[in-house]
Design a protein around this ligand. Sequence first.
Ligand code: NAD
Ligand code: ZN
Length: 368
Amino acid sequence: VNAANIRVRSASRRTEYPIVIEEHLAASLATHLERVAPGARPILVSSPRVWRHHGSAIAAGLGRRNGREPEVVLVPDGERAKHLTSVSRLYDRLLDLKADRRTVVVVVGGGVLGDLAGFAAASFLRGLPVVQVPTTVVAQVDSAIGGKVGVNHTRGKNLIGAFHPPLAVLTDPLLLATLPARELRAGLYEVVKYGMISSARLFARLERDLPRILACEAEALRPVVAECSRIKARVVSIDEHETGLRRILNFGHTVGHALEAITTYTRFLHGEAVGWGMLAAARLARTRGELSSDAFERLARLVDRVGPRPPVNDLSIEACVSATARDKKVVAGTLHFVLPVAIGRTRIATDVTMRELTRALRTLGMRP
Ligand SMILES: NC(=O)c1ccc[n+]([C@@H]2O[C@H](COP(=O)([O-])OP(=O)(O)OC[C@H]3O[C@@H](n4cnc5c(N)ncnc54)[C@H](O)[C@@H]3O)[C@@H](O)[C@H]2O)c1
Ligand SMILES: [Zn+2]
């Protein structure tokens, strides 16, 4: 049938949890919850927007419990809501509902909600169990897997956080069909990233199926979401706390984060900035002769086909370079840079100079 089951290992917590990928998953939500949290009382946490699209199917799938409708808490999402005050409001609601250790928090939403509600759950009563039901591309292929949860601080992104692996990740790729086109495309840059860092087969599939993926055709979407989930699961199972292998997930992110920072997080969706960042990293690798021109062209073409990105030509190269130097990936003064060396293969370079980076940014058309 159209289902996949992937296991994620959490070494530090000595547990393992499944990622279930299944279409129309809402219909069997109660069964899935019963399997991973037998007898637990589910409290759904979602956002008004996500709930408007998918709430009725999910509530129906959960059914009545002791004769009562499922309990739902709606909190605003979007990056600006990813803050301690939202966590605090969520605590209030959990207290109102008398959540206790027998509660399982079921998060239905994108990466913001997963991180925010996951963090609230991690800290409420020293930890309520969580099941993630991711509803964006980013959440399905990235943020819901791996156990990192947290919120932003006014002084920086994701500064407050915890490590709280879920009991399960329940993924229905069809939920993506209601995403705004720009959100869908932004997530797909991260999908291209997975192909480029570790799967030539996924990359080729994207080249072939991109139009059908953009149209959210189930047949095209399902294997892609599954393959990315598998890659993320493998990486975090081997390297839970980002000391080695997990770093390859940062491909495109050094420049991407810098672009987001110098535009005060208002111009780009995260994935769009990563799209630019991948081009910069690939150009750098190409100039060094570490990436073939054929591989470079294929990446550039695929990134462009994912869709338009807000421009970079008015942004200063110098500002961007100094922003990368402030990146937390700078270890003892050297920039750890993920360089693609082929389609499906990367390596971590620790000797990338600011001059090389400057040259690469120039080819993106940024302002000298
Ligand atoms: N924990 C991790 O390991 C990890 C990894 C990557 C990203 N993140 C975090 O993820 C966040 C970004 O997540 P995101 O891109 O999912 O953004 P998001 O959660 O803000 O969702 C984007 C928008 O899509 C809407 N939406 C969500 N699902 C929808 C659906 N099915 N139909 C229609 N609209 C829908 C939301 O309401 C929101 O407006 C960032 O805060 C980032 O830090 C965390
Ligand atoms: Zn990312």
